[in-house]
Design a protein around this ligand. Structure first.
Ligand code: ADP
Ligand code: ZN
Ligand code: ZN
Length: 742
């Protein structure tokens, strides 16, 4: 007998509550995950959604009632998203509940506190005239409020009556004059409606037009594919996206644009807003669940055609979704860090398949994964190999830091970088200094010869741990930190660490006349700090901007003509098989920040490893050469995308119990593998890269196989094994397919 688990109410509190029904013989074909069905409920008839199919009865099968029928009428949006959740549960491993919470626009039952806002109703020029009048007449309260409104367009009501000390009577008076209005409900509020829309004029160049024509002729013919647009930095990809969106909207369909949150700046949003006005909405992590729900309602109601946002915008319930664009598709933020650990790229492709929609992935430095798919013919490759208006790519030099040390320069700035910085400061052009730091654990290297200590069993560097130990995060291999460099015998051996703060200090010492800004985790913690720094730097309020990879995204700085990468190795020797790929991407993107304005750009990459192919190919901005070497390495070591990787994380508070459970799973899987006789590799259990976090012990099992489906089958077996198994009552098991880091 087959059973269906059904939810009857889509709200956060009720998602856990499923009811089981049996599936009558005549409905077996039709009933799938996501299908809307009519069921007997007490003595009523209700409509619910199938969220799971199973052969296990949850209680006495004789008491399980059958589904009445498949619900008549059009396929609800929810059905499709539930089906997508089912696909995610199956392919990434999570509970159905976790998957549903990820995809469904769910409203909390608890009422949100209503927030009141004051919105400027008149154009700013008119407001300025009114302001002058108020000042002249000494209407100080009115003037104060209007001045703020001219600045911000929208103000929080409580802020106005509180901090600005303006009475309700004054606000009411100005509302009667139609200067402003008070909005007491944020429902369906459009987060971009208060922006000033500028006109739109731009003609695509020949290269852009060629890409647009290719995709549009497919769209017109009803052909739906996944495209990979590789376009060098500043080649005008965003303009191409907008043209394709316009075409999609003209067909009566909608578009989703995914942009990493860090790149979702005011400048980026404005470009879309200038073109599409309030048919665009944005989503970001600052929106509350209620606001997110409202955005989704607007999408469903047809109030908007375009949704821009990070990963979660992918689940916007557009009724006729036609196009999904993923900008900066190589970004690791597209992979979810919580269950279901999905990759937005693959979910986008699945959602597009369900909707007969198309997907366009764009990047200057495509992920090796996507480029591989393009080479296999699964995605169609499109290229933009020139910058807009034939602006040259920056001229890039690599500086060998070992040679600097030998020549007696112990500073963090090479002679060449100092020389160029001085030149730019003199010319009043701007400089960006970039520290491509990733993760928390450093690597261990020799400052004299550049030698990096690696694990003898894996092709990754060892990490420095407490007590002078070095540990491999892949296999758990451990050895003490040597006193001298095994390669050249020098004593300059140690973990590589340096912060942006220290660099800021050093810059100030070396260039006391320069105005310096710093952008990193510390300086961007407060709300809007990130935007403020970008804005100030764009306004040339500083000569030098120092930052982590945060500074490479989301903003054009036409006056930047020099980019310095201080220690390119920092992202190279992290214990991760993606290290070369990430380094190539970071360097290429960083270098690409220079020379976007009138003056040509220049870049300096400082490194202890100048011959490394990731650095050499980044210097040449040669993606093909990079890819060729990288894919050979992945193939040789059977890493993704050539093989597929599957991690099983076991965590628990008791180290013995956790280890025993992980061992038990590994042994079980070994037996499965020997029975299946398939090409599967299994390593572990080993300590996770951080073996203990807040007293929770973490073990990990690594599996590799050529086919994704093989690993999904293993996951299914593990899920079944741990269900109702007392060994795992105190150990949590989580799945991660093709992790993007660590
Ligand atoms: P990418 O996303 O590839 O880095 P953008 O779309 O941001 O490139 O374009 C880079 C700059 O060139 C932007 O300032 C954009 O307005 C401008 N631009 C793009 N296409 C054209 C064009 N056809 N004509 C003139 N300027 C363009
Ligand atoms: Zn190892
Ligand atoms: Zn050495």
């Amino acid at each position: 007998m087959k059973y269906a688990n059904i939810i009857v109410d889509i709200s956060v509190e009720k998602l856990d509550k499923t009811f089981q029904y049996s599936i009558p013989e005549n409905l077996q074909e039709e009933i799938q995950v996501g299908v809307q069905v009519d069921i007997p409920f007490g003595n009523r008839k209700l409509t619910g959604y199938v969220i799971e199919l199973t052969e296990d009865a949850e209680f006495d099968p004789r008491r399980i009632r059958p589904i009445i029928s498949v619900h008549e009428g059009s396929v609800a949006m929810e059905s499709q998203l539930i089906a997508l959740a089912g696909w995610m549960r199956k392919n990434y491993g999570s509970t159905m509940n976790q998957a549903l919470k990820t995809v469904l626009p769910i409203r909390r039952q608890t009422k949100e506190v209503q927030k009141r806002e004051i919105v400027l109703l008149i154009p700013k020029t008119e407001a300025q005239q009114k302001l002058a009048l108020f000042e002249q007449k000494h209407y100080t309260a009115k003037a104060r409020l209007l001045r703020e409104l001219i600045q911000e367009s929208v103000l929080d009501y409580s802020l106005v009556t509180g901090k600005l000390n303006i009475s309700a009577a004054v606000i009411r008076g100005m509302a009667q004059q139609q200067i402003l209005k008070v909005e007491s409900s944020r429902q369906f509020r459009n987060p971009v409606s208060h922006l000033d829309q500028k006109g739109y004029h731009l003609t695509l160049n020949e290269n852009q037009q060629r890409v647009v024509d290719t995709v549009c002729s497919d769209l017109d013919a009803g052909i739906h594919k996944t495209y990979l647009l590789r376009g060098v930095t500043g080649s005008g990809k965003t303009e191409v996206y907008m043209e394709l969106i316009a075409h999609t909207v003209a067909q009566g369909r909608q578009a989703i644009v995914l942009i990493p949150e860090i790149a979702l700046t005011y400048q980026t949003v404005m470009r879309f807003y200038n073109r599409f006005g309030d048919r665009v909405s944005i989503m970001n992590s600052k929106l509350s669940q209620g606001e997110r729900f409202d955005q989704f309602e607007r999408a469903k109601a047809g109030d908007i055609d375009i949704m821009i946002g990070p990963r979660s915008a992918l689940f916007t319930p557009f009724p006729h979704l036609g196009l999904i664009i993923i900008d900066e598709e190589h970004e690791t933020s597209y992979k979810s860090e919580t269950a279901p650990r999905y990759h937005a790229r693959d979910v986008a492709i699945e959602r597009a398949r369900m909707n007969d929609a198309s997907v366009l992935l764009g990047s200057a430095t495509p992920s090796v994964d996507s480029y591989y798919q393009a080479m296999q013919g699964k995605y169609q490759l499109l290229t933009l190999s020139e910058r807009v208006e034939k602006k040259p790519l920056p001229d890039c030099e690599v500086v060998d830091l070992r040679r600097e040390l030998r020549a007696g320069n112990r500073s963090i700035f090479s002679e060449r970088l100092q020389e160029l910085m001085e030149d730019r400061l003199k010319k009043r052009q701007q400089i960006m200094l970039f520290l491509n730091r990733r993760g928390i654990s450093g690597f261990i290297s020799c400052r004299a010869c550049g030698y990096v200590i690696q694990c003898p069993h894996c092709d990754v560097s060892l990490s420095q741990h407490a007590g002078g130990r070095m540990v491999c995060h892949y296999c758990g291999y451990e050895q003490p930190l040597p006193k001298i460099c095994p390669s050249c015998g020098s004593k300059y051996l140690g973990g590589f660490k340096a912060g942006t703060q220290k660099i800021e200090m050093l810059v100030q010492q070396r260039f006391p006349q320069a105005r310096v800004m710093r952008m990193d985790f510390d300086t961007t913690r407060t709300k809007d700090a990130y935007e403020k720094i970008l804005h100030a730097f764009a306004n040339q309020e500083a000569d030098i901007l120092i930052g982590t990879q945060m500074i490479v995204k989301g903003h054009d700085f036409p006056n930047v003509t020099l980019v310095g990468v201080l220690a390119a190795d920092m992202s190279l020797h992290v214990p991760d098989f993606h290290a070369s790929e990430r380094t190539f991407q970071l360097l290429t993107q960083a270098v690409g920040r220079a020379g976007r304005g009138k003056e040509p750009g220049q870049a300096v990459i400082q490194t202890y490893d100048p011959d490394h192919f990731a650095i050499q190919t980044a210097k040449e901005q040669d993606y093909d050469a990079f890819y060729k070497q990288e894919i050979a390495y992945r193939r040789m070591l059977a890493y993704p995308p050539v093989w597929q990787l599957f991690l099983i994380h076991c965590t628990g508070t008791d180290p013995q119990v956790t280890t025993a459970a992980a061992r038990d799973l590994a042994e079980f899987l070994h037996r499965v593998i020997s029975q299946k006789g398939k090409n599967i590799m299994l390593v572990g259990p080993a300590d996770a890269s951080i073996a203990k976090i807040s007293d929770v012990y973490r073990k990990v099992i690594y599996m590799k196989a050529p086919e994704y489906a093989t690993l999904v089958a293993c996951k299914d077996l593990v899920e079944r094994k741990i269900k109702n198994n007392s060994t795992f009552s105190n150990v949590s098991v989580q799945f991660d397919f093709n992790p993007t880091s660590g």
